[in-house]
Design a protein around this ligand. Sequence first.
Ligand SMILES: [Zn+2]
Length: 136
Amino acid sequence: MKYKLIRKNVKELLSDIYIINGIDVMGFEVTPTNIITYHHLIKVEDLKMLGFPTDKTMENGIVLTRNAHSYLHMIEETDPEIFYHINQILFLITKEKRLSTIKERNLIQIFLEAFEYRVQDYLKVPSKYLRRTKMS
Ligand SMILES: [Zn+2]
């Protein structure tokens, strides 16, 4: 019997944990154009400042689709407070290396909606960021 050794990279391993039914923790669907990306929980700049390695590790990362990821960083620039809260949820999930709960996913949606409400008078959130799937 032949065995094939399958080596998965960090992104693939993280995808097994954090992508549920093709949906990432922020509610975005994985598609050929909305591919999976790696998000550093502690930013590369901060890691450098502290003298820590900046590699993509299981410990310091989560996978998000491209759209979720760019939306998260748009929120970071526009509303650091909401970004902080979402990142805290991501920290909680990754600390325990487990599937996110529906409660946590819904909480992320509440923060995203709070962001959209806060900026509605001066910022147009691109429609690609509003196409999210709610888990129930
Ligand atoms: Zn990131």
